[in-house]
Design a protein around this ligand. Sequence first.
Ligand code: FMN
Length: 170
Amino acid sequence: MKIAVFNGSPRKMNTSAMVDAFVAGAREAGHEVEIYQVGRMKIAGCLGCEYCHGKGQGACVQKDDLEKIMPAYREADMIVYASPIYYFAMTAQMYAAMQRVYCIGKPVNAKKAALLLNSYSPNVHSGAIATYKDATAYMGMEDMGIYIFTDADNGNERKLSEITKFAKEL
Ligand SMILES: Cc1cc2nc3c(=O)[nH]c(=O)nc-3n(C[C@H](O)[C@H](O)[C@H](O)COP(=O)(O)O)c2cc1C
């Protein structure tokens, strides 16, 4: 499979460790994996102008880093959304990336998805999980797994190896 991993964190720390664990397993299993550092990209919110559904014929009127993630939306068989929790949600960068798929409606090939979340505290993930579940169901993607780390889990090799095992068995 072609797997696109969206890392919604602007830092190379806790979420990145989860991403690295996933990527190691997926590559070992022979999958082709591309990581998109969405958290460091400049992806604006949708303007709702509908240019994409008219004159733009699928292209957005805003010229920003959306262009960098469009290959994932066009070609990937699976999308992994990985994000820290910022104020009870995925990062704004990740949400913008998720919402701007609107220009083509939904990912062209992706039929599978997974979610990796990292937060300081427990009990702060329900909003992000609900968004992920509703969005992937709408886009016709099967949820393959959800992994949640809090501060107590970071650096825990056993927990990270569960993500690697999950990726290996996809
Ligand atoms: C702006 C901001 C908002 C945050 N909001 C929350 C929050 O609502 N709940 C929580 O448990 N942690 C919150 N955190 C902590 C991060 O989720 C946590 O440190 C996470 O491990 C960061 O992941 P990273 O190292 O990949 O950036 C917040 C951090 C930042 C910078």
